[in-house]
Design a protein around this ligand. Structure first.
Ligand SMILES: *Cc1c(COP(=O)(O)O)cnc(C)c1O
Length: 419
């Protein structure tokens, strides 16, 4: 069972709402920091271990800075994310650039920042070399490739089947890619994959380690090259539902360590650095979307209408994802009413919950939508002219800081003619 308690009181939220109108996302610094430390400590047996936070999950500078202070690197997949990482003070190999269908301009910026480049295709070696050549530069000294295991692995619901996925190189291409890169003067190598999303089964990640370790053993021998690191990707899940259990970092780590000791060490490949690039599990549980009940209606079903909508959190509408909902002040009341909890978009999938058991909910109640800390605000959009909300941080010292203000109509219309 996961713990769906809140790190703040109803009184605190009511007070915050006096200064900041709902809806807004609220992040819990204490929770983020203690989780980051647990994560790092679980893998501390591996010298050079590093978690590269997937910036796309929560691209908010104040959050990135908290994580950078805990020693995290940044996993970027676009130029905007490279800029954010730079502003958060993360430089050089503290950045991993894992992109696809990448414009050369973005690769060049990543190289200029000293980021580790993770190529998505064998043809990108030439693409990158040509692009670098425009200014007389050559390939970076360290290069990583993204492996797509295709039929070797089955994926899961959100990420889909690897053989249907657009990412990465096939097994056969992989060996050619390292050979070509070596011939072109690349000195150090990394291997990456990403085959899970929101996966709660620890053994899935241990199997990913087995797969990558065996490739490293095979390719280092065949090509006489040295691997600097393996990156198992992100995708560690979180217990969105109260009946689900959080993933044990220790279980993943000890499974990986066993394989490291039995596969990497005997092959003489120790030290090999282990990287992860999780987003969701790092910040997801420590963000909350706070919203107010504006309306109730009773037609063929019973509805509760909020001042937040799918533009603030699209996962339920987009994937039918479960997000737990608490009605503030009624956490211990019996959940003896059934509602669809909706937003105001002109889209019928703009629902945070369908047929959800909740305590009797009234107009004016404050509701908390849990686990919005990753892939929440960041997936926001402006359909129906909805403004993107503020993000607030509950600091470890209990202070509230606005880390992103809410959008205004001036922001929304800034790019159009005739406003
Ligand atoms: C999205 C993504 C991640 C992070 O995924 P989470 O599910 O948030 O852990 C990591 N790496 C890559 C390449 C991604 O696209």
């Amino acid at each position: 069972m996961s713990n769906k308690t809140l790190p703040f009181t109803q009184e605190q939220i009511v007070k915050i709402c006096e200064n900041f109108p709902t809806p807004f996302h609220l992040y819990d610094e204490k929770g983020i920091v203690s989780n980051a430390r647990k994560f790092n400590s679980a893998f501390s047996w591996n010298e050079g271990f590093r978690e590269y936070f997937a910036v796309k999950a929560t691209p908010t500078p104040a959050i990135l800075k908290i994580l950078a202070e805990e020693g995290f690197g940044m996993d970027c997949s676009s130029e905007a994310e490279l800029i954010l990482s730079e502003r958060a003070g993360v430089t050089g190999e503290g950045i991993m650039f894992t992109s696809n269908a990448t414009p050369i301009k973005e690769y060049r910026r990543a190289v200029d920042q000293g980021a580790i480049i993770n190529l998505d295709d064998i043809s990108h070696i030439q693409y990158l070399e040509d692009g670098m050549g425009l200014s007389g530069d050559s390939l970076p000294e360290l290069l990583c490739f993204r492996f797509n295991p295709g039929p070797e692995r089955t994926g899961n619901v959100i990420i889909g089947d690897p053989k249907e996925a657009k990412y990465g190189l096939t097994r056969k291409q992989l060996i050619d890619a390292y050979r070509i890169a070596k011939e072109k003067g690349v000195k150090r190598f990394g291997l990456h994959t990403m085959v899970a999303s929101n996966e709660l089964d620890e053994s899935f990640f241990v199997e990913t380690a087995r797969m990558l370790f065996s490739i490293v053993v095979e390719i280092s021998k065949e090509l006489d090259i040295e691997f600097d690191f393996v990156n198992f990707g992100g995708g560690i899940g979180i217990p969105y539902k109260p009946e689900e259990n959080p993933v044990s970092y220790e279980t993943i780590s000890s499974g990986v360590k066993e394989l490291y000791d039995s596969m990497i060490k005997p092959a003489g490949l120790d030290p090999l650095r282990i990287f992860l690039e999780c987003g969701r599990v790092i910040t997801g549980p420590y963000g909350y979307l706070i919203s107010k009940v504006l309306h109730k209606k009773e037609i063929y079903k019973n509805y509760v209408g909020l001042d937040a909508c799918m533009a603030n959190l699209m996962r339920p509408g987009m994937y039918g994802a479960y997000h737990h909902i608490s009605v503030l002040g009624k956490e211990n009341s019996p959940a003896d009413h059934v509602y669809d909890v909706t937003g105001s978009l002109c889209e019928n999938n703009d629902k945070f919950a369908i047929d959800r058991d909740l305590p009797e909910t009234n107009i004016g109640d404050l509701v908390v939508i849990h686990d919005s800390g990753a892939h929440g605000h960041s997936m926001g959009f402006n359909y129906n002219g909805k403004l993107r909300s503020a993000e607030l941080l509950l600091k470890s010292n209990e202070q509230i800081v606005e880390i992103r203000r809410a959008e205004t109509y001036d922001d929304l219309f800034r790019t159009v003619e005739g406003y």
